[in-house]
Design a binder for this molecule. Structure first.
Ligand code: TRP
Length: 456
């Protein structure tokens, strides 16, 4: 006889309308400011190819296997990250401590969105300016314009507010008619614009110099801080460890094969980062600019280039629209985990949940915006609020959650449940399983320990 627990099936969860729908939303989550803004500036600040090489290794050894594991957890749980972990912990008879995976994820996505939205706000401001065309000016003027924006709390908060409203508007629409529909509209256009721009960049700028900078092999340049930054970025760019993928996986039906689609998502995400890196550095070198300009790289170099290039107004505007699409589809995936938790936990309607969560994130974002100006003197561990949030999430919470997810999947869940859910068999299953059981956790642990070495 069936026992009570299993007989009372939970209410059926909404599902994406097809595997293509899941692919689009997941690529939408993965491809974001991480690819277009963070990857180029981190590569520039971390010595170019050394960073790229470690990043590619991390994607392959840690990122892809974990992307599959995280999707698998979500699909099996069919609930919010916390609800999912509750179910899986019960199924495995494991300690409640594993719920940490769910809680760290919810907290992480909440924190990330607070600063992500401020940066997306910069992009909105530049999109607005690009629509009118960037007036030609000496290169220092573009650096100054960016510093002026950061120094202006009113403008930062205005754009941050607009961006949070855009994000909330989509999530209000629900899983298929909000999130999936927005991705169906934006993602194909994003790829078309990117292809067009790369083609254009190949003719207008110094592609060979960019190529050398990104791919020239130089093992000696790899050091601890490069390792740490590259691993953090691999997590960030694939949206790992922070509840987003568990949540999107929870809207996936049982018929879809997880491994293939996850591999395709990772390939698409990596391609976008490399294409963006190539085109941006091609411009940077053609203009004789500094690759290690930091977070302002994208916003100082490109407007300069667009102000001088033939057709710069149209191309510049298209470029910033591309970045807005990328940021928007990612922020949606950062809002949904907390929303689904609030709905599940407090029995609130989606509308109320979206409003509450958005308000909380917005408030924190205001503090981030102020950390660039009024509160710039306030630091903790030598970091301003913005850097603190970025470091805490990318370099600590994500790898930690990733480690826990790997260990939980391979060592705590029953092997037959995992095999059943991932839908691999024979050799390919054992290969993936061993990577998740040994390679990914050991790689994360080594990089972590190295960092403790730096601190100690
Ligand atoms: N991956 C996105 C980017 O590259 C950012 C992002 C979206 C994210 N959802 C996430 C990062 C969840 C970590 C966790 O811009």
């Amino acid at each position: 006889m069936k026992n009570q627990e299993t007989a009372q099936a939970p209410e059926a969860r909404v599902h994406w309308s097809s595997r293509w729908g899941f692919f689009l939303v997941t690529v939408g989550s993965a491809v974001g400011l991480g690819n277009l803004w963070k990857f180029p500036y981190m590569t520039g600040s971390n010595g170019g190819s050394a960073f790229v090489l470690v990043y590619l290794f991390c994607i392959l050894l840690i990122g892809v296997p974990l992307l599959m594991a995280e999707t698998l957890l979500g699909r099996r749980g069919q609930a919010s990250p916390v609800g999912t972990m509750r179910l899986l912990v019960a199924e495995a008879g494991a300690s409640k401590a594993w719920l940490a995976i769910g809680y760290i994820g919810i907290m992480g996505s909440f924190l990330i969105l607070s600063f992500y939205s401020v940066v997306a706000g910069w992009v909105l401001e530049y999109t607005w300016q690009a629509a009118g065309g960037f007036a030609p000016a000496p290169k220092e003027a573009f650096g100054q314009a960016f510093s002026d924006l950061l120094a202006n709390p009113g403008r930062l908060i205005f754009w941050h507010t607009l961006f949070m409203a855009m994000t909330a508007a989509v999530v209000l629409g629900g899983v298929t008619s909000g999130i999936e529909r927005a991705n169906r509209i934006m993602m194909p256009r994003l790829f078309l614009i990117l292809l067009f721009l790369t083609g254009y960049g190949a003719f207008a700028a110094d592609l060979p110099a960019a190529f050398r900078f990104l791919f020239h092999f130089d093992a000696a340049a790899i050091n601890r801080s490069v390792l740490f930054a590259a691993m953090g970025h691999a997590f960030f760019t694939l949206s790992l460890g922070m509840g987003a993928i568990i949540t999107y996986g929870s809207y996936l039906d049982r018929a879809t094969s997880i491994p293939r689609i996850c591999l395709q998502v990772a390939v698409a995400d990596t391609l976008v980062a490399l294409l963006a890196g190539l085109s941006i550095f091609a411009v940077v070198f053609a203009q004789g600019l500094e690759p290690a300009a930091g977070p302002g790289l994208l916003l100082q170099t490109l407007p300069l280039a667009f102000s001088q290039m033939p057709g710069g107004q149209v191309v510049g505007f298209l470029f910033f629209v591309l970045v807005v699409f990328a940021a928007w589809t990612s922020s949606i995936s950062l809002l949904e985990p907390s929303v689904t938790l609030v709905v599940e936990r407090f029995g609130l309607g989606r509308q109320v949940a979206v409003l509450l969560v958005t308000l909380g994130i917005w408030l924190l974002g205001v503090a981030v915006a102020l950390s660039f100006n009024a509160w710039s003197g306030v630091t903790l561990f030598g970091l301003g609020f913005f850097d603190l949030l970025d470091t805490l999430t990318s370099k600590i919470m994500m790898p930690l959650a990733g480690l826990l997810i790997a260990v939980f999947t391979a060592w705590v869940m029953q092997r037959r449940h995992v095999a059943d859910e991932i839908g691999l068999s024979g050799r390919s299953f054992s290969f993936w399983y061993r990577v998740v059981a040994f390679v990914s956790p050991v790689a994360i642990a080594i990089i972590f320990l190295n960092v403790i070495g730096i601190l100690g």
